[in-house]
Design a protein around this ligand. Structure first.
Ligand SMILES: NC(=O)c1ccc[n+]([C@@H]2O[C@H](COP(=O)([O-])OP(=O)(O)OC[C@H]3O[C@@H](n4cnc5c(N)ncnc54)[C@H](OP(=O)(O)O)[C@@H]3O)[C@@H](O)[C@H]2O)c1
Length: 251
């Protein structure tokens, strides 16, 4: 088992949907969120087949709704709290070269990729603290016995790696993921006293709507590796940046 309860954003398609498919056997409660459940037919089918998958409508841009979201999550997970938050929802605008980048694209991408994971973490923090301190038996087979926050980042947010042949451009996406990595690092310091592990993970370059058809990995391959890596997640890894195989990526 991975964790007793898990909350996941952006589950309508792509990597989020694949995570729901592959993670649900390893948890007691999976809260799968998406902005429009009516159109997320595959997700709805999964929830109809498996009663421990609960769908909640969450548009990560609607920060003002996060208090209500936290109340709903609390009513689902109860006093045991929340054990794993995966901030997955993300966008990557098309026109991102220096001549085409706009303030609007920068602001919107930051709102989704950086501000939302931080604000959602803030709203769910009491539940994560409860999850981190609830009595999970040391002998239980949950890999995450306390609580963890996993920010789905990208190697394109690595400042060190932004050199050589495939460097430059992609201003909104690269900057928002570099800033998300700083969110990870600061949260890891702030939440250290509460036994909450915080990491950034790059899922690999994957054939989704965002990754495009030329990416080397299928969603299934990426998420299989990512789940294996999460099963090895320990508190001493908090504040670090990994790829889906668990190899550390330089900031
Ligand atoms: N694919 C890759 O190669 C790759 C590489 C590195 C990192 N990543 C990261 O992996 C994560 C998932 O990417 P993906 O490849 O699965 O992308 P995708 O196929 O484009 O899916 C993006 C998901 O995010 C959701 N989303 C976007 N804006 C949202 C909002 N305002 N509120 C709620 N949900 C929202 C989308 O929901 P709707 O269906 O409602 O639009 C969709 O479920 C992202 O954080 C991305 O940056 C991907």
């Amino acid at each position: 088992m991975l964790a007793r309860s898990i909350f996941l954003t952006g589950c309508s398609r792509g990597l989020g949907l694949e995570m729901v498919k592959q993670i649900h056997p390893f948890t007691e409660t999976l809260i799968a969120t998406c902005r429009n459940p009516e159109t997320a037919s595959e997700l709805r089918e999964l929830a109809e087949e498996h009663s421990h998958i609960k769908i909640l409508p969450v548009d990560v841009l609607n920060h003002e709704t996060f208090g209500d979201v936290a109340e709903e999550v609390s009513s689902i997970v109860g006093e045991q709290g929340l054990n794993l938050l995966i901030n997955n929802a993300g966008i990557s605008p098309r026109s991102t070269r220096i001549n085409f980048v706009t303030p609007e694209a920068m602001a919107e991408t930051f709102a989704v990729n950086t501000t939302s994971p931080l604000m959602l973490t803030k709203a769910l923090l009491p539940l994560l603290k409860a999850g981190a301190s609830s009595d999970v038996d040391e002998d239980s087979d949950f890999c995450i016995k306390n609580a963890a926050i996993v920010n789905i980042s990208s190697v394109l947010g690595s400042i060190s790696n932004n050199m050589g042949d495939r460097s430059g451009g992609l201003y909104p996406y690269r900057c928002s993921k570099a800033a998300l990595n700083m969110v990870t690092r600061s949260l890891s310091s702030d939440l250290n006293p509460f036994n909450i592990t915080v990491i950034s993970i790059h899922p690999g370059w994957v054939r989704t709507d965002m990754g495009g058809p030329n990416a080397p990995l299928s969603s299934q391959e990426s998420i299989e590796s990512l789940i294996s890596t999460l099963k090895e997640l320990t508190f001493d890894k908090s504040g670090l940046f990994f790829n889906q195989n668990g190899e550390e990526i330089p900031w």
